[in-house]
Unconditional design. Sequence first.
Length: 311
Amino acid sequence: ARKIIIDTDPGQDDAVAILLALASPEIALLGITAVAGNVPLARTAENARIVCELAGREDVKVFAGCDAPLRRPLVTAEHVHGKTGLDGPELWTPQMPLQPGHGVDFIIDTLRAEPAGTVTLCPIGPLTNIATALEKAPDIAPRVAEIVAMGGAYFEVGNITPAAEFNIYVDPEAADIVFKSGIPITVMPLDVTHKALVTRARLEAFAALGTRTGRFTAEMLDFFERFDIAKYGSEGGPLHDPTTIAWLLKPGLFTGRHVNVEVETQSDLTRGMTVADWWGVTDRAPNATFIGDIDADGFFALLTERLARLP
Ligand code: BDR
Ligand code: CA
């Protein structure tokens, strides 16, 4: 099985990404590192454990990581995710422990302990933990198999400002470090996630599983999609983060391009913009595979089939 670490700020869509990984035998989830993002760190670390307990996986190692971006105050997104970050279903206080130690040290220690090139990092929140690990332990960069991240945008541009996607906007300096790290990186930008819409039929398919995971997922996404339907007038909310895990399971669902991507860190107007050279108009070397298209029906079929395996 493919060994991964999920770095996350749950977040309803983060929760679904975690569930998809836990439901998939092709993936060995070595641990989850929580980061501040959609809601503050205490909440994301708690939400990650609620999701593991929902899946009956109290054994998963969950660590708390960084509680603020590298050089800026935290910006959160309760307007999208609700006060808890997982609004929708009824939540509980998790019983499973938070692991001792810092999430960043877990990332570093794991990459040093496992054979080089065997651990994939899946960041689906602001990139603070990953960047901090790379700064603290530069020797880990060549040991990372691949980074598969949700973040950024090219034609779709922004969801938190007109120019920027939330995960990159919150910690652009961290994103800059990651994109310049030389690690192979595959990115799910808004351009692709805005094609993975939770329509009513897809939402009802989760509820129809008749399991607690199915119900919890439907209740979360019902809350989550209200924001986007009201805002964008689309058929449903975009299910951003699980696309990263789906890419690991079934890359044939996606197409993209290997391009140069640079992150804007200076301008107030375009802070966090991912400037992707989609048309190859510069001679800057490609450093990331930006995904542009998804077989959305195939993606939701995979997701529904996998979630059906959980309690
Ligand atoms: C990203 O921001 C968060 O709100 C979501 O969880 C996702 O990771 C989308 O811009
Ligand atoms: Ca997220």
